[in-house]
Design a protein around this ligand. Structure first.
Ligand SMILES: *[C@@H]1O[C@H](CO)[C@@H](O)[C@H](O)[C@H]1NC(C)=O
Ligand SMILES: *[C@@H]1O[C@H](CO)[C@@H](O)[C@H](O)[C@H]1NC(C)=O
Ligand SMILES: *[C@@H]1O[C@H](CO)[C@@H](O)[C@H](O)[C@H]1NC(C)=O
Ligand SMILES: *[C@@H]1O[C@H](CO)[C@@H](O)[C@H](O)[C@H]1NC(C)=O
Ligand SMILES: *[C@@H]1O[C@H](CO)[C@@H](O)[C@H](O)[C@H]1NC(C)=O
Ligand SMILES: *[C@@H]1O[C@H](CO)[C@@H](O)[C@H](O)[C@H]1NC(C)=O
Length: 842
């Protein structure tokens, strides 16, 4: 209750009710008081203004709208928002009032005023300033790019000078704030550093008073790196092959040559490309670009040349015995040439520099050998690149025969002229006697009989060799005398001789007709011996060997094949009997009936053993070739040794080889005696060498107690079907055997066996016989002896290699006879023997 005194002179009263609560409706009663007496009272209502809203702010915006928010004022649900002199009434009873003002202009600053309304009374109002989001940039151009940077350019948005560029580099986000110069209408910006050959996703944001635009997305790429190792890997006259290393993940390249672009697509690690259709001997500039998303690298250069052409033709302008002069036209003014040829088996390479101003080149090749055909290759060289080479041949002039002489012939009416074969290439030797020319070509003997001469005279003879038509050597000239004696004696002697012969013939015809018939039988006899075949003498043997050897042993193969059918039509009945079949180690190696070794049949046992008598150098039963004993034939084997009174056994196999049993061990394992049938065998001694073992057995008959000694020569270094490493060891071994045979007397056969008793057995027997033959006759008949052995037992010398090996042995034996000192350290005894052989040979 408030007493209000009004000022006396004023007609109305003004009174401030205070303090009141904001936004409140009051019920007032105003009472007029006169001299202490109250009026009835005048009732009325009035309200206080509401409070302003608090926390008036922007909670969001885009290009066309701004969203505002404020806190509700107690119980009030009406607000007036003023923007751009326009009033917007907002009704809300939410605790936080949100209102979006739309229809605005992008990138623009707006002033807002907010009033609270209570019973039509508005609050004093609060202000707030907000901006709309700016527009994005219209377009971004890539104005430049290289391996490490991209330069961008865009038009400013509404003079806005702040931009943000976002992108990822190497997986890490980068944010760059870009302030544009205020006066320019556009912005240019270099993004740097970047990775070469990479595609980037950029976002460019326009910023207006701290508000971002939505962001403009675009992509741009950096230029790829240039290819490395750009080089030439080959060229010929019309093409150049280039190569370079692949640039990471890139499979497109542009190669520019002669202002022409070639696109090369390849994902190989090393890209190879051949540019063809080029001109020979020309220099080309290449530029190589790497292409990534249509962006090319800066490019690398490479210069290469095509191979030059070969020279067109080479002329021989002069030649003599030691030089050839060549001439050719230059190729495209090229001045460097290489001439290649072999002289005496050694390659020669000559660099030839032509005179710059001449159109052709003349070159003397020197020194050369007379009468030789040279294969030349002339290479043109352009900037270090060779042409393929022009091949041609040229021949030096031959030299004349090195010496010549003549002999008497035909009582002086002719002369016999001899000369040494000229060296090198020549076709004929020209002999000139008293103006007459005779030609002897290189396939003939180097001599000629010159007829039509006079006895007891001297003639000038000149010889020269000729190659082709023009190349004629300098002559050698000498005097040739004809026989002076015949002039007197010739005809007289001839007449006398004729008379004597006639008288002799008449005498024989009348008095001794038997001589004629004897002569006939002598002739037929000699035919028979001839069938034994021809022997090869020691001096001819090397030639013979080489002849058989040519064409991949063709001669040996032919000879060896000739031997295949020998003897095979002879009977083998005993070996094929059912009881005897089990006594054969191989079904196809069976002794022929006529010369098989027969055992005694005293105990009613079989007489069969797989063994054959073999001829030697002196008689037809010097050896027994036998199969290696089977478990069931060991005692038969010893029976044969005993019955044939054998003093030596030559074993040329091991008991097992390559895991296969080749031969039963038919002698005791240790010093204890073993009984085989009726024979008690004891090892008396054993001496092992690298390649053989020597044993001495004592063999005692159980019934008679007779005891004999048998030598065992066991060669351990021979592979089956093959041949030993070299002939030397086997020749030594054979020497041991031979000395034993000679010491013990050759009355009894020597048993030789391997597994089948034909291959190695045949080879060692043949070797022994042939070496004797060589020693005694200075000649050998290898084929003839193998032929002879094949008549006694099939397959003797079982393989071609063994047959060749026999020849090799003879070669080596001949060879070592010439140089006996070579073997001294090996075996003194053997050397002694070889030396003997040598003496006998001479
Ligand atoms: C801006 O925001 C308002 C309200 O959220 C919306 O209606 C309008 O579509 C938006 N405009 C653009 C260009 O995004
Ligand atoms: C790439 O271009 C920028 C500007 O154009 C330059 O500064 C830079 O050296 C260039 N980089 C290379 C590798 O060329
Ligand atoms: C604008 O964008 C940048 C980059 O994305 C960001 O860091 C910043 O917070 C943004 N500003 C606003 C107001 O959103
Ligand atoms: C050069 O080499 C190319 C490619 O190897 C081949 O096609 C062309 O035949 C060759 N030309 C000559 C003349 O050898
Ligand atoms: C050219 O030929 C010569 C002679 O054969 C040879 O030594 C040289 O290496 C060759 N040059 C080239 C580039 O092949
Ligand atoms: C030229 O001779 C060389 C060497 O003798 C040979 O390798 C080459 O194949 C020959 N070229 C021709 C085209 O005959």
């Amino acid at each position: 209750v408030e007493n209000i005194g009004a000022p006396p002179l004023d007609a109305s009263v003004e009174y401030e009710v205070y303090p009141l609560t904001a936004g409140t409706k009051y019920n007032f009663t105003l009472i007029t008081v006169f001299e202490g007496v109250n009026s009835t009272g005048y009732n009325f209502t009035a309200v206080t203004a509401p409070r302003n809203a608090e926390d008036f702010k922007t909670v969001g915006q885009n290009e066309t709208s701004i969203t505002l928010q404020w806190k509700q004022v107690n119980n009030i649900d009406r607000y007036i928002l003023v923007v751009n002199e326009e009033e917007i009434t907002v009704t809300s009873s939410e605790e936080f009032v949100t209102h979006t003002v739309s229809g605005l202009t992008s990138g623009t600053r707006y002033k807002f005023r907010l009033f609270t309304v209570f019973e039509n009374v508005t609050s004093s109002g609060v202000n707030h300033t907000a901006v709309t989001a700016p527009d994005n940039v219209g377009e971004v151009k890539v104005v430049n790019q290289n391996e490490t940077s991209i330069t961008l350019k865009w038009d400013k948005v509404k003079d806005i000078s702040v931009y943000i560029l976002q992108y990822d580099e190497n997986g890490k986000p980068r944010v760059e704030n870009i302030g544009a110069p205020p006066l320019d209408a556009s912005v240019e910006y270099e993004v740097y550093p970047l990775t070469a050959g990479t595609k980037y996703n950029f976002t460019l944001i326009t910023v207006f008073e701290g508000v971002n635009s939505t962001g403009y997305n675009f992509t741009a790429v950096t230029a790829p790196r240039n290819a490395e190792d750009f080089k030439t890997v080959g060229q010929n006259e019309t093409s150049i092959t280039l190569q370079w290393k692949q640039v990471n993940n890139i499979d497109r390249y542009i190669l520019v040559v002669n202002e022409e672009e070639i696109t090369v697509t390849s994902s190989e690690e090393f890209v190879t490309h051949t540019v063809s259709g080029l001109t020979s001997g020309t220099r080309y500039e290449f530029r190589l670009f790497t292409v990534f998303e249509n962006v090319t690298s800066s490019g690398v250069n490479h210069t290469a040349v095509t191979a030059p052409d070969n020279v067109g033709e080479v002329k021989v302008v002069n030649q003599n015995e030691t030089s050839i002069t060549l001439k050719w036209d230059k190729v495209k003014d090229i001045s460097v040439y290489i001439l290649q040829y072999d002289e005496n088996g050694k390659p020669r390479v000559e660099n030839i520099d032509a005179l710059p101003l001449d159109a052709s080149v003349e070159y003397e090749v020197y020194p050369l050998t007379a009468g030789t055909k040279y294969n030349f290759t002339l290479i043109t060289v352009f900037e270090g690149v060779n042409s393929t080479g022009y091949n041609f041949t040229a021949v030096t002039v031959p030299s004349p025969p090195s010496s010549a002489h003549c002999e008497y012939y035909a009582a002086g009416y002719s002369a016999y002229v001899f000369w040494n074969k000229p060296d090198g290439v020549w076709t004929t030797v020209e002999v000139n006697v008293i103006g007459k020319y005779y030609e002897v070509d290189d396939s003939e003997e180097q001599n000629i009989i010159i007829q039509g001469l006079q006895p007891a005279r001297s003639y000038q003879v000149s010889l020269n060799s000729v190659s082709g038509h023009e190349r004629r050597s300098n002559s050698i000239v000498f005097q040739c005398s004809t026989d002076p004696r015949g002039v007197i004696a010739g005809s007289v002697i001839a007449v006398l001789l004729f008379c004597v012969l006639v008288c002799l013939a008449v005498f024989i015809f009348l008095k001794r007709p038997d001589i004629i018939s004897r002569k006939k039988s002598f002739i037929s006899g000699s035919k028979r011996t001839k069938r034994k075949g021809k022997l090869i003498t020691a001096t001819q043997f090397a030639d013979h060997f080489n002849k058989l050897n040519v064409d991949d042993n063709r001669g040996f193969s032919e000879e060896y094949e000739d031997l295949a059918p020998i003897g095979t039509n002879q009977t083998q009945k005993a070996a094929d009997l059912p009881d005897n079949q089990v006594r054969n180690r191989f079904k196809n190696v069976l002794p022929y009936d006529w010369c098989r070794v027969k055992l005694s049949t005293s105990n009613g046992t079989s007489d069969y053993i797989n063994a054959s008598y073999m001829p030697g150098y002196n008689s037809n039963r010097e050896y027994i070739a036998s199969q290696g004993p089977l478990p069931s034939t060991v005692s038969d084997f010893w029976r044969m040794i005993w019955e044939q009174r054998v003093k030596g056994i030559v074993m040329v196999t091991n008991c097992t080889e390559g895991g296969k049993i080749k031969c039963e061990r038919y002698w005791p394992a240790d010093s204890k005696p073993c009984l085989y049938g009726e024979l008690l065998v004891t090892i008396r001694s054993e001496e092992q060498n690298l390649n053989w073992t020597m044993r001495e057995f004592s063999v005692k008959h159980r019934n008679t107690s007779e005891e004999r000694s048998v030598k065992h020569f066991h060669f351990t270094a021979w592979p089956d079907h093959g041949v030993p490493e070299g002939s030397e060891i086997l020749i030594q071994f054979r020497g041991l055997v031979r000395r034993h045979i000679e010491k013990e007397g050759a009355r009894a056969p020597t048993v030789v066996h391997c597994s089948a008793g034909v291959g190695r057995t045949g080879t060692i027997i043949a070797l022994d016989v042939l070496l004797q033959q060589l020693e005694k006759e200075r000649a050998v008949g290898i084929k003839e002896f193998v032929h002879k052995m094949r008549l006694n037992r099939p397959h003797m010398v079982q393989t071609e290699s063994q047959y060749v090996f026999l020849h090799q042995c003879i070669m080596d034996a001949l060879h070592s006879n010439q140089k006996p000192e070579e073997n001294i350290y090996e075996n003194a005894d053997l050397i002694y023997e070889n030396a003997t052989a040598l003496r006998e040979l001479r």
